[in-house]
Each structure stands twice: as structure tokens, then as C-alpha cells.
Design a protein around this ligand. Structure first.
Ligand SMILES: *Cc1c(COP(=O)(O)O)cnc(C)c1O
Length: 499
């Protein structure tokens, strides 16, 4: 990594020197502060650091060079679809007409944005085989909540109030059971079949008059397509329940499988995965939901409506009494939705199909390259991702999947998703996406093969990795449970305060 200067640099506060910065910012005219009401005034000046401009610029540029990103290297994080984000999308999202539109602008001056949102809803409905789409949810997880709340409203409207259970397979993403719980349901976990698929018979046995919904990810988080999906959904509907599809893996099936046509009643799209947008690290996403006929009345408000004269408007609050209401402010994360629209339009129908074909090809190629070195617990053709296991390597050498992931950093790669899905021992979920070259896939495969050889030769080298990163092993549990995100002066420090 081309880091200039110290690798872990002091914070701006620690670099601050009294009197060093900010001299060119004009002070307010005399008496200006007196015009502010006393209650709105600070008692103490803010404790801002004082630095000159080059120091500030270097601080941030050096920090940015510690980042690993899709724009700097391969990012095989399974389930996350870290594909290249076309710069065309960034251009589109920054067009002033989109980027500077006030969220409360009246509909008459927001026609272009409303039209784009309306068209995007139509495109997603077509892609998912759904009747209608709401763009409002801010992420896939919120799309799930939206979907399950709509299912709850549907059952309640029919007076069907004994349905307390949501069935999820044991390979599901943690957001599925979390969603069911947040919506007031009980999660019933159904074990997967030996071949990694949904165990249709176990599902049938678990279905009953208490089942409100099932949540299925297809292809599953093991990268496997559910062949018996039609049969399963028939059983779900026979039991009076509805079927939710977690659409996070849509990247594998564009133009090949439409969840709505297969019988799913509702699905979410992670547009920041399938249709690109920089994500991870907390960037905004969007999780539109698509619904079949039965759930259309319950869609969140406001919907984007097209009037008979061809103009567009947002639904007014309370206009549709059956709606589950608003899930977030305004019309959704519009900047992300503009990117999704640009991506879909730039590819067109045949281009989107090609995306999936290439993503599936890349994953199967990589799986093939690694099959002599790592176990492949589900040895059938995968979709856009696959699970490999280091269980045997661990038994032979003591080196675990976590160690291999850390050692990949030394080899210049971002690690794949590890220990997910939970049902695979020492699992790695690898998703190359369609945007990587053969050379990159080969280099990644060779790094993983080399690390397996290192584990045999010198297990400590792998167990103590990373050796070449700015930091070594971090206490990830504490970082996640008790994040410390704010700099505070150490006891005894004197904080510089500009006047
Ligand atoms: C990413 C993901 C989610 C959650 O989506 P977010 O947009 O991160 O909220 C749900 N299910 C699966 C399988 C996923 O990969």
C-alpha cells in the first residue's frame, strides 16, 4: 500500500498547535453574536483543532490510502456483491437536477425525479415478475421489515390473527429472523437438506395454520439455486401463508428467474448489490420491495403516481387507508435509486442477463480452481457465489479460516466472507462477481492455494497474519459491541481552543 508518512497517524486533535490555523476565516461583524439569543449561544468556544491546510489535506489523503475498496482491488465478499461501480452512475447521480432537488420540493418542480422513480419501479417490477414496487426502504433489511409488515397487515385484514410464525431456513441471513422478531412474529428455523437446498419435506412439516410467512433466499446463501421452489411455494399457499423472497442474490438470476412468476408474494431488491452503488462501510443503500397482487394495497406510502395527463405526483398522507404507512423520510434514498436506474438503462435487458451469466461463470471457475485445495461441501454447480471450507486444513495444521482470511491481506486481497452461512464448518463464502478479469481470478486462486501450502510449511506464519498491514489482529468483538468512535482528550491534555 502506498502510504505516505506514518501508517497509523495521530488524529487532527493531536496534531493541533495553538494559533496554527483558521486565520483567513473572517470573524463576524462586531455585535453579531449579541443578536443571538443567550440560550442559543455556546458557553465555551468549540474545541476545534488548529492546523494549516496542507496538514489537513495530507491527513485525509493518507487516511484514504489505507482504504481497501473495489476501486483498488478484488473484493470477493460473498453475499455482498461487491461489483465494480460504473462511474457513469456517479455522473448521473450528481446531475444538479437530481443532486440539488430539495426533498420537500413541490411535485411540479420534481417531475424529472418522480418520472425516474416511476420508471425504476416499473423496471424492477419487470425484473422481479412483481405487480408493483415501492422504492422507499433504505436497505435490504428494511425491505424485509416492510415485506413482513405488509404480510402482517394482509392476515389481519382477513381476520386471520392466529398466524404467529415465520419459517426461515438455517442458512438464512441474520436479518431474516431479526425482521420476523421486529414485526412481532416467532421465528421457526428449518434445517437445510444434505445437498444444501431447502428441505422441502421439513418445510411442509413445519407449515400450518400458525404460519404467517416463509422467508426464502433463492439462490440461497450457499450459492445454490432452489430447484423445488415451485413445489415449496405451492405448499406455502395451501397452508394459507405468504412467501417472502430475500432478493440479495438476484445478481445470479437476472433475466433467468422471476420470483413473482414462481409464486413469491413479496421480495426485496438490494439495488446497491445487484445494480451497483458503492456500499459497505456504512454507505447508503436502498431496498425496494416488489409485491404480487395480494399485497399491493399495503405498500408503504407515498407511492409515485402517474396522472392521466402524464404528470407525476407523490401520494398524499392518508390517501390510501390500507397502506402500512411510511417506513422512512421522503421518497427513499434517491441518489442510490438514480444509480440503479442508470445501471439498468445502461445494460438493458440483454446486458442484465449477461451480468448474471458472467457472475455465475466467474464463481464456477474460481470454485473449480480451488477444489483440489479446499473442500467444497456442496459439490454441484453454484450460482454467483460458493462456499469453500478449510475444515481439513484446520485438522491437519491448526490453521483456521480466520487465519487464512487474515493472511490474504498480506497477499494483497480483501478476504471473502467467513463463517457465514453458519451451517458450514470453517466456511468461506466467495463471490467474485462478473466484473473481474480472468487474471484477477487466477491471482486470487493462486493466493489461496499458496496460503494452504504455507499452512503446511509454516502454520505460525498464517496464524499470526497479517504481517504487512497497518494493524495486526484487532479485538473485533469489542469493536462491534462497544464501538469507540469519538476522539476524547486523554486525562491531563489541554485542548487548544480558538477564540
Ligand atoms: C445483504 C443481505 C441482506 C441485508 O441487506 P442490506 O441491504 O445489507 O440491509 C439480507 N439477506 C442477504 C442474503 C444479504 O446478503
Amino acid at each position: 500500500m502506498g502510504v505516505v508518512g506514518e501508517r497509523l497517524q495521530p488524529s487532527l486533535f493531536e496534531r493541533s498547535r495553538p494559533g496554527r490555523g483558521g486565520g483567513k476565516i473572517p470573524h463576524p461583524p462586531a455585535g453579531a453574536l449579541d443578536r443571538l439569543p443567550a440560550g442559543a449561544r455556546r458557553e465555551q468556544p468549540p474545541a476545534l483543532p488548529e492546523l494549516n491546510e496542507p496538514e489537513v489535506v495530507r491527513h485525509y489523503v493518507n487516511l484514504s490510502q489505507l482504504n481497501y475498496a473495489v476501486d483498488t482491488g478484488f473484493y470477493p465478499l460473498g453475499s455482498c456483491t461487491m461489483k465494480f461501480n460504473p462511474k457513469l452512475n456517479e455522473w448521473a447521480a450528481r446531475l444538479p437536477g437530481f443532486a440539488t432537488l430539495h426533498p420537500l420540493a413541490p411535485d411540479e418542480v420534481a417531475q424529472g425525479t418522480l418520472e425516474l422513480l416511476w420508471e425504476l419501479e416499473g423496471a424492477l417490477a419487470e425484473i422481479g415478475g412483481m405487480r408493483a414496487v415501492s422504492l422507499q426502504p433504505a436497505a435490504g433489511a428494511q425491505g424485509e421489515l416492510t415485506g413482513i409488515l405488509m404480510i402482517r397487515a394482509y392476515h389481519r385484514d382477513r381476520g386471520d390473527t392466529d398466524r404467529t410464525d415465520v419459517l426461515v431456513p438455517d442458512s438464512s441471513h441474520g436479518t431474516n429472523p431479526a425482521t420476523a422478531t421486529m414485526a412481532g412474529f416467532r421465528t421457526v428455523t428449518v434445517p437445510s437438506a444434505r445437498d444444501g437446498g431447502v428441505d422441502v419435506d421439513a418445510f411442509r412439516a413445519a407449515l400450518g395454520p400458525r404460519t404467517a410467512a416463509v422467508m426464502i433466499t433463492n439462490p440461497s446463501t450457499l450459492g445454490l439455486f432452489e430447484k423445488r421452489i415451485g413445489e415449496l411455494l405451492e405448499a406455502v399457499h395451501e397452508a394459507g401463508a405468504l412467501a417472502y423472497m430475500d432478493g440479495a442474490n438476484l445478481n445470479a438470476i437476472l433475466g433467468r428467474f422471476k420470483p413473482g412468476e414462481a409464486g413469491f408474494d413479496v421480495m426485496h431488491f438490494n439495488v446497491h448489490k445487484t445494480f451497483s452503488t458503492p456500499h459497505g462501510g456504512g454507505g447508503p443503500g436502498a431496498g425496494p420491495v416488489g409485491v404480487g397482487e395480494r399485497l399491493v394495497p399495503y405498500l408503504p406510502e407515498p407511492r409515485v403516481l402517474r396522472e392521466p395527463d402524464g404528470s407525476f405526483r407523490l401520494e398524499r398522507a392518508g390517501e390510501r387507508a390500507t397502506s402500512i404507512g411510511r417506513l422512512r423520510s421522503y421518497a427513499g434514498n434517491t441518489g442510490v435509486l438514480v444509480r440503479a436506474y442508470a445501471y439498468i438503462r445502461a445494460h438493458g435487458a440483454s446486458g442484465l442477463r449477461e451480468v448474471s451469466d458472467d457472475a455465475v461463470l466467474a464463481a464456477n471457475y474460481l470454485k473449480h480452481r480451488l477444489r483440489d485445495t479446499y473442500e467444497m461441501p456442496y459439490d454441484r454447480p453454484c450460482k454467483h457465489e460458493f462456499v469453500a471450507s478449510a475444515a481439513t486444513i484446520k485438522r491437519r495444521t491448526g490453521v483456521r479460516t480466520l487465519d487464512i482470511a487474515k493472511r490474504l491481506i498480506d497477499h494483497g486481497f480483501h478476504p471473502p466472507t467467513i463463517y457465514f452461512p453458519l451451517i458450514v464448518e470453517e466456511g468461506m463464502l466467495i463471490e467474485p462477481t462478473e466484473t473481474e478479469s480472468l487474471e484477477t481470478l487466477d491471482a486470487f486462486a493462486e493466493a489461496l492455494i499458496e496460503i494452504a501450502a504455507e499452512a503446511e510449511r509454516d502454520p505460525a506464519l498464517v496464524r499470526e497474519a497479517p504481517h504487512a498491514a497497518p494493524v495486526r489482529r484487532l479485538d473485533e468483538a469489542t469493536a462491534a459491541r462497544q464501538p469507540n468512535l469519538r476522539w476524547r482528550p486523554m486525562a491531563g491534555d489541554t485542548m487548544p481552543c480558538p477564540d
